[in-house]
Design a protein around this ligand. Structure first.
Ligand code: HEC
Ligand code: HEC
Length: 332
């Protein structure tokens, strides 16, 4: 869904002159890149707190039944455990809800990369008829009628609730969803016993030239942010990246997803068609369905039962329990 609303009145922070803001700081290990934050929406404690309240508030949907958090649950890495999401009045989405783990680092948003910023992204689900089916004039009025929100918007953006400040606050909360405390991170920081022998063998397979996973799932978030066809289908029902570029060579290409907290985010792929990590490994091992646009790194490779278990064990080592069970990111 393409955002229908143009954000006007975008001013740099210096012009907003918001008093008494407390900078929001995140502790990052050495192997984590700096958190990308736009200069016109600096991260502050007040903004993250407001965004968190909005994210979990069903009042953002027309009939006050669906919040962002209905489909992005903290204990599931901010996914919903369904193949495709269910929105307002039990309507189905067309795609699987992606993880929001470290979403600030994602260069584009949506499986097809159709939206460039978290601020613009938030416009889409609020207005989508099958997700929250809300319109911004009604939403702004609703929030203006709430004294708590009026105060929180003043503190965070020195304004009453507006289209822009609503999506800026939500984006700020999403940027705070930072996860670099998995056993794998601990291992990267030099704690060599943080991974089991099986997980270490799995890591070597993952980063080796037999399984080839790292070519796409590389870097600190186990994603290079590119669009790839991983051979899930011979013929795709969902055009993927082609929907945005109209190029046939982008048919069936999707954004390479992060694998952080992947053990919490089943089922898998853009349509939730693979139920388990075991199914995922079987898919890659088989070499894919041979789509015209399939990446050459997806091709059959031999993998015995122990190696398969090792590869899955490595992916399980990407779970950050301090993130998934952290009240800091939950319903306020
Ligand atoms: C009805 C379920 C549902 C609701 C409600 C919902 N989402 Fe989503 N979300 C999804 C699905 C499904 C996708 C994938 C859509 C696509 O790629 O086309 C998605 C994608 C996203 C993404 C892109 C992530 C990425 O890595 O590309 C972000 C960010 C996001 N949602 C944030 C939000 C916010 C913020 C709200 C509330 C304003 C929200 N969502 C409400 C289901 C939902
Ligand atoms: C050519 C690039 C490429 C390679 C190589 C690759 N992947 Fe992927 N991976 C992707 C893309 C693209 C998707 C999403 C595809 C879709 O949804 O249709 C994906 C999806 C996944 C998912 C599901 C993520 C989610 O959130 O649903 C897992 C798990 C995964 N890959 C693991 C692996 C493993 C393990 C390997 C090595 C055996 C591997 N990948 C190799 C590109 C790649």
């Amino acid at each position: 869904v393409v955002p229908l609303l143009v954000l006007s009145g975008c001013k740099p922070d210096s012009e907003l002159q918001v008093p008494n803001q407390t900078p929001y700081t995140v502790e990052l290990p050495a192997h984590a890149p700096a958190l990308p934050v736009p200069s016109d929406n600096k991260l502050t404690v007040q903004r993250v707190a407001l965004g968190q309240k909005l994210f979990f508030d069903p009042a953002l949907s027309r009939d006050s039944t669906v919040s962002c958090g209905s489909c992005h649950l903290p204990n599931k890495g901010f996914t919903d455990g369904l193949a495709v999401s269910v929105g307002i009045r039990n309507q189905l989405s067309v795609r699987n809800a992606p993880s929001l783990t470290n979403v600030a680092y994602s260069p584009t948003l949506f499986w097809d990369g159709g939206v460039p910023t978290l601020e613009l992204q938030a416009l889409a689900p609020i207005q989508a008829h099958n997700e929250m089916d809300m319109d911004f004039p009604t939403l702004v009025q609703r929030l203006k009628g709430n004294a708590t929100y009026r105060e929180l918007f003043q503190k965070a953006y020195n304004t009453e609730p507006t289209n822009l400040s609503i999506v800026q606050a939500i984006a700020s909360f999403e940027r705070s969803l930072v996860s670099f405390r998995s056993p794998y991170d601990s291992y990267l920081e030099g704690n060599l016993t943080a991974l089991t022998p099986s997980q270490i063998r799995g890591k070597d397979l993952f980063f080796g030239e037999k399984a080839e996973c790292f070519h796409c799932h590389g870097g600190p978030n186990l994603s290079d942010g590119s669009f790839q066809n991983n051979g899930l289908y011979k013929t795709y029902a969902d055009q993927g990246r082609e929907r945005i570029t109209s190029k046939p060579e982008d048919n069936g290409k999707f954004k390479v997803p992060t694998l952080r907290n992947i053990a919490l985010t089943a089922p898998y792929m853009h349509d939730g068609s693979l139920a388990t990590l075991s199914d995922v490994v079987d898919h890659y091992k088989s070499g894919g369905k041979g789509n015209l646009n399939q990446a050459s790194f997806v091709r059959p490779f031999p993998l015995n039962a122990q190696e398969k278990a090792d590869l899955i064990a490595f992916m399980e080592a990407l779970t950050d329990t301090s993130f998934a069970n952290n009240a800091r990111y939950g319903q306020p």
